[in-house]
Write a protein of this length. Structure first.
Length: 229
């Protein structure tokens, strides 16, 4: 004779069971729209972000996938004005070098590009990958140790989308000397520099990348980058 299960016990079991997640066509359409509207922002309003906004976005970024559940991302929030000024100075130096390296036909166009919003953006942060972390116990890293770096990049993409969903823009400043940035921010030697980011409300929203609008490059069609074997 089987034991009788009370309605109360059924309710407890139902509450303990994992909830199946379903995303409908409307959600998928909105997700695609979010991806389309995510832009590398260089032109920011100077309005400050709401208190705790950056910390809330970092919390969402920590939901990103990582090799071996290592969570190697490290966020350095840059608030000190002197530190920001040092980063800006490094950008100016590196940008001048990049301009000098351009072919003559490209140099004039490069000089017109706005490649960072360091002066205007209300929030700055850097992302590093902690290559010395013991978390994850090395799983997935023996053959590809660079997976630690790639894991940190997934956190960057996650925070980028999360910010865009809240009307906040993010810009990736890659024209920097990694060693100089690590020194300026005084981080452990084992931390690999991934990127420096500006965060704030964009001056304008657009689905077309600014570099495409400026005539620097055109976005390729997906079919052109698919290889089948």
């Amino acid at each position: 004779m089987s034991a009788r299960v009370s309605p109360q016990n059924k309710a407890v079991d139902a509450a303990a069971a994992p909830r199946a997640i379903g995303f409908d066509n409307a959600f998928r359409a909105r997700l695609r729209e979010l991806l389309v509207w995510r832009r590398d922002v260089r032109r920011f309003r100077r309005d400050p972000l709401p208190g705790g906004a950056l910390e809330a976005l970092i919390e969402l970024a920590c939901l990103a996938p990582s090799v071996g559940l290592s969570q190697p991302w490290r966020f350095v929030v840059v608030e000190d004005s002197a530190t920001r000024a040092a980063i800006c100075k490094n950008f100016e130096t590196c940008n001048a070098q990049a301009l000098a390296a351009q072919a003559p036909a490209r140099a004039s166009l490069y000089a017109k590009l706005k490649l960072a919003g360091l002066e205007e953006a209300p929030a700055h942060f850097a992302v590093f990958a902690d290559r010395s972390t013991a978390q994850g116990h090395g799983l997935g890293r023996h053959t590809m140790p660079e997976m630690i770096d790639y894991s940190a990049v997934t956190a960057v993409h996650t925070i980028w989308l999360a910010a865009r969903a809240q009307g906040i823009g993010m810009g990736w400043v890659s024209i920097l000397d990694p060693a100089a940035v690590a020194t300026i921010l005084d981080v452990p030697a084992e931390w690999k520099f991934i990127g420096y980011f500006c965060l704030g409300y964009p001056l304008a929203d657009d689905v077309i990348p600014e570099l495409e609008q400026a005539g620097w490059e055109q976005r390729r069609l997906p079919a052109s980058i698919i290889v089948r074997r």
